[in-house]
Design a protein around this ligand. Sequence first.
Ligand SMILES: [Zn+2]
Ligand SMILES: [Zn+2]
Ligand SMILES: [Zn+2]
Length: 295
Amino acid sequence: MTSGVIVTILGTAQDGGIPQAGCSCNRCKDAHNDLKMRKFPVSLGIQGNDGSKHIIEVTKNLSEQLMFWTPEHNDIFIPETVSVTHLHLGHIEGMGQFGKPVMGLKDLDVYLTQSNKDIIDNRSDTKLMIEEGNIITHSVEFGKSFEPKEGCGFSLEFIPIPHRSELGDTAGILIKGKKRKILFLPDQDSWNETLNYYSKKNIREFLKMLEIDEAFVDGTFWSMDELPGRDIKKIPHPTIEETIERLGAKRNEDPNISFLHLNHSNPVNDIDSAQRKIIENNGWKISKRGDEFEI
Ligand SMILES: [Zn+2]
Ligand SMILES: [Zn+2]
Ligand SMILES: [Zn+2]
């Protein structure tokens, strides 16, 4: 039996996307020359079993992503609700598109943590959109699940995640349908801090506690070699290399884990890279735009 709730990956890159502004690395140059090589910042689309449309994260590529989301990539879906994990630029950069100069939406529901709502409510650009009736912000309590729209057939739950909090705070989002449960965790500072916060010894225990079937996790960097001369302690992301080391190979009872939020410097972006093979040989995955999950 189908649940009728479909989660679609609309973007897999870190905040800057690929090509990243100001970058002349080969990966970015290739993406300038061949539009198919472009990668959009991380975002998810969720279609409810009532046909309603919901997105998580609003990126600078919102326009392309809303079209890519449709079955034949030839129509445009308009979201009815938006949820945002945190306020770093790449996760909210498209927010202005909902306002008068572009889409001019009416009463779009935007779900945020309380401290992020306080910031968005008082930022001059988003404040204007609230006053003009384009968006309505709602604060979400950590650990409390809610339906973004009544009768949509799935629920969301924000969970606190340690991540640079110079702009509000950061959530991971649990997406629960009748059949399956997804963890969306695009940004975190380190596994140590996240696992300590939840008093869990390892990633498996953490995912088991949350009853996760599919986890989309922070894969910003493959290793610190990508950023020579930078102090590892100042890079607030666990590397994929470390995550794989912690997990080892996938076991039968494990949830599926895929990596997203890939930085342009990450060799995993290259389809035939040795690093990508290491992930796959261990039974894990790299998220791809267009991946669909029925939950
Ligand atoms: Zn990010
Ligand atoms: Zn680059
Ligand atoms: Zn971030």
